[in-house]
Design a protein around this ligand. Structure first.
Ligand SMILES: *[C@@H]1O[C@H](CO)[C@@H](O)[C@H](O)[C@H]1NC(C)=O
Ligand SMILES: *[C@@H]1O[C@H](CO)[C@@H](O)[C@H](O)[C@H]1NC(C)=O
Ligand SMILES: *[C@@H]1O[C@H](CO)[C@@H](O)[C@H](O)[C@H]1NC(C)=O
Ligand SMILES: *[C@@H]1O[C@H](CO)[C@@H](O)[C@H](O)[C@H]1NC(C)=O
Ligand SMILES: *[C@@H]1O[C@H](CO)[C@@H](O)[C@H](O)[C@H]1NC(C)=O
Ligand SMILES: *[C@@H]1O[C@H](CO)[C@@H](O)[C@H](O)[C@H]1NC(C)=O
Ligand SMILES: *[C@@H]1O[C@H](CO)[C@@H](O)[C@H](O)[C@H]1NC(C)=O
Length: 502
């Protein structure tokens, strides 16, 4: 009874905490990874009568230190706070002793924080448990754009994914391979995990300056409110931008959340909406070339999900260069995720009128496009191929001695479906939700993707690359290793020296 009461008390505490507004879940691209809440009321668990047979992910790297530009902003704020003589009170009383959380400038800005490394390792462990795809001892290949923080994220992921057993002392087994490629270059076109750089028209479609216009409508008011806590110093609108960024970044670097505590809920919501506008109009559905740039990835992984048996079964001899694992991981940057949302045609329609395109001035609470639920650090879009029995397992299962009963989704009548998950949450395929867990029948998904291809258009054509040497509309990296067009190179994961030490 005592235990029960205690459990109830704990449950109540969890509910209370859960209900509290959490700035770190409204910080857009500065948010550490968290599972996005369901916006459609669909459970992210695999339905009981199904098993996931294959999955493909595209991910942003884990939490990192600031880019040099934002780091300069931190330093300017620091100098301003140090140069003046003033009194700071209440929530701002920590400012006179605050120092930017960077203590080794050549090795920190741009690169992962240990939070970012931990996020990646943890996801590796989670996906190994979720899918149970890779038997002990097997090798595992992932794909990554070439910047160090992206490759490092892939490496920590693989280390988590392959962290079972004693394979660290068996270097020929359980090998991790990262297929990497030039990052943010313009000469590999669609055959890249950073394809927007290879599409010259894409920049012209970027109207993300709407975000700065929106920021200018609220930052001054926040500064005026906070300046009541300061005598002898005045914060400016641009200081507010830096300080709101520091909530997420500093929490990730060293766990200090004091910048999170000084802003009010409505101020966080405006900050978040500015990020939503930035991604919606910069790299997402509000950029007319976004779907064009996201489509080659969608087309490539849909081909892998749709193929029968082994993923290379239907390929010609020349194409059958590489048989990708059932879990295909593609690591890249924040701006390469919204194009996949556009190609998929999700998060851009609403049953209430007037939600899309997003208003440049008025945040609509009914919008599903939320940067915090997509481009948080380690944010990702996943496509899962499910194999489902026609019925849920019954509650009483009779076992006959001497034979293991078939697992869910493996009966002869099992049918194939696809689900989209964005930061864990299931996002229904528009107009295609008839399967278990609101999944879309595989062949309907394939025709849906084909229709989205018409909206996206051909990469070479829409990017104005006709006649450009080597220009391609196809992402071939998952079935060609190495890929000449993508200029891939392979990295073997560092092996432990445990074997020699023993
Ligand atoms: C702080 O003071 C130094 C030295 O007087 C000056 O060079 C610098 O520009 C000042 N920085 C800011 C942000 O005011
Ligand atoms: C894994 O990779 C290692 C090193 O390349 C190789 O020797 C080994 O045969 C591979 N194992 C499997 C199961 O493919
Ligand atoms: C790639 O960038 C270079 C340097 O900016 C430029 O000269 C070249 O025309 C670009 N190529 C394409 C295909 O856009
Ligand atoms: C998103 O919705 C807007 C408004 O309906 C539309 O103009 C735009 O083309 C859509 N974007 C995509 C990628 O489907
Ligand atoms: C693969 O080939 C088989 C036999 O020719 C065919 O039935 C099947 O539809 C093909 N699958 C795909 C995804 O093209
Ligand atoms: C949001 O959607 C609901 C249900 O469609 C509607 O009743 C409500 O008015 C909408 N809210 C806004 C602010 O448009
Ligand atoms: C085309 O690709 C080949 C080999 O991948 C490379 O050597 C050549 O420089 C490329 N040409 C251009 C114009 O980029």
């Amino acid at each position: 009874m005592v235990a029960l009461t205690l459990n109830l008390a704990l449950a109540a505490l969890v509910v209370v905490c859960y209900g509290r507004f959490e700035p770190l879940q409204h910080s857009g691209p500065a948010s550490p990874y968290f599972d996005a809440p369901s916006q459609y009321g669909i459970s992210p668990s695999t339905p009981a009568q199904c098993t996931v047979e294959r999955a493909a992910y595209i991910l942003r790297h884990g939490s990192r230190y600031p880019e040099p530009g934002s780091f300069a902003g931190w330093q300017t704020l620091f100098e301003k706070l140090q140069n003046a003589t003033y009194t700071a009170r209440g929530p701002l009383a920590f400012l006179p002793s605050w120092v930017p959380p960077v203590d080794d400038v050549p090795h920190q800005p741009l690169y992962l924080t240990s939070t970012g490394a931990g996020e990646a390792f943890h996801l590796g462990v989670d996906l190994r448990k979720r899918y149970r795809f890779t038997p002990g001892g097997d090798n595992f290949t992932v794909w990554a754009a070439g910047q160090q923080r992206v490759v490092d994220t892939a490496a920590y992921f693989v280390q988590g994914y392959l962290s079972q057993g004693n394979y660290l002392s068996a270097p020929a087994e359980n090998r991790g391979v990262i297929v990497s490629m030039p990052d943010s270059v313009n000469y590999t076109f669609a055959d890249s995990l950073t394809p927007s750089n290879g599409c010259p028209t894409y920049k012209g479609g970027d109207t993300s300056s709407k975000a700065s216009t929106f920021r200018s409508t609220y930052q001054g008011q926040i500064a005026a409110r906070l300046n009541h806590y300061l005598d002898g110093l005045a914060l400016s609108a641009s200081d507010i931008g830096v300080m709101q960024d520091l909530c997420g970044f500093q929490a990730e670097v060293n766990g200090d959340t004091r910048f999170c505590d000084i802003f009010e809920e409505a101020e966080w919501k405006n900050y978040e909406y500015a990020h939503d506008l930035n991604y919606y109009y910069g790299s997402g559905p509000g950029n007319p070339f976004s779907a064009t740039v996201g489509y080659p990835w969608l087309q490539a992984v849909t081909g892998l999900l749709a193929s029968e048996q082994s993923s290379s079964a239907n390929m010609t001899e020349a194409e059958r260069a590489f048989n990708p694992p059932p879990l295909v991981m593609s690591f890249t940057h924040d701006n390469n995720l919204p194009p996949v949302v556009s190609a998929l045609g999700v998060w851009n329609t609403s049953s209430t009128r007037g939600v899309y395109p997003l208003s440049p001035t008025r945040p609509d609470p009914n919008r599903t496009f939320r940067s915090s639920y997509l481009v948080s650090f380690l944010g990702h879009i996943a496509l899962e191929r499910l194999s489902c029995d026609p019925h849920s397992p019954s509650s009483g299962v009779r076992h006959s001695a001497g034979r293991i009963d078939p697992a869910a989704g493996t009966s002869a009548q099992a049918l194939k479906y696809v689900r989209i998950r964005i930061n864990d949450a299931v996002v229904p395929v528009p107009g295609c939700v008839a399967g278990p867990g609101s999944s879309c029948p595989l062949k309907d998904f394939v025709s849906y993707v084909r229709k989205r291809g018409v909206v996206a258009g051909d990469f070479v054509e829409r990017c104005g690359l006709q006649g450009v040497k080597n220009a391609t509309s196809v992402l071939d990296i998952f079935t060609r290793v190495p890929s000449k067009n993508a200029q891939t190179f392979e990295l073997l994961l560092p092996q432990s020296n445990a074997a020699t030490a023993l």
